[in-house]
Design a protein around this ligand. Sequence first.
Ligand SMILES: Nc1ncnc2c1ncn2[C@@H]1O[C@H](COP(=O)(O)OP(=O)(O)OP(=O)(O)O)[C@@H](O)[C@H]1O
Length: 229
Amino acid sequence: MEPWIVETRGLKKYYKLGGNVVKALDGVDFRVKEQEFVAIIGKSGSGKSTLLHMVGGLDVPTEGEIFVAGRSLFGLTKEELAVFRRRKVGFIFQNYNLVPDLNVYENIVLPTELDGKVVDHIFVEEILDVLKLTEKREAFPGNLSGGQQQRAAIARAIASKPAIILADEPTGNLDTASGHDVMGLLKVVAKQFQQTIILITHDQDIAQMADRIVCIEDGRIRKGSDFYA
Ligand SMILES: Nc1ncnc2c1ncn2[C@@H]1O[C@H](COP(=O)(O)OP(=O)(O)OP(=O)(O)O)[C@@H](O)[C@H]1O
């Protein structure tokens, strides 16, 4: 059996809008191996966010199955999905989503503390070092550049040791140079700490930095689009 850490089977998400049905996802079979770094590309409205939200347990499909780290998300209650997200998924958003009143270090350890787990401070130091944030550990998000904030958000995602990391347009708010920097560092930490990453982006150049690229078109994986970069 293939060691899929993420697998979707026949995934569909339909929205009823007035008399119309919007097929945001229309039968997606998507698989990710452990420690892979996959970029999902596609035009605006193609279904990228919908797919990421389903895999991250932020939303439930109309039809189809999702397996993450060996368990099915089918039939989980809202509360069970919240626990799934907290324990298994690290999220990285376009807007960083750092807590403004907490410094970099406090932001990084927050999810682990909220989950009632012991913080592995040695591990956090290593992450800070790889992401070149050691000197910014006591800085507040408001005093950091966009690239530094996103590096802190990446550190936070890695520090909770999730099964998968989902990144939603992580370079979307950054200029080209900072975007490439952040993407390069994300790749380095992913490899160093053996993380599985699924990232969505509009940007071909950013996607090219992943191990594998999958293109979504009209709610489906475009035939022949799934390839190793
Ligand atoms: N809550 C909703 N209600 C109705 N339609 C929705 C909803 N969420 C998404 N859609 C529709 O589903 C389709 C896919 O949306 P989705 O956000 O997944 O695309 P996307 O590829 O992530 O786009 P973008 O790059 O602009 O974020 C679009 O047509 C969108 O309008």
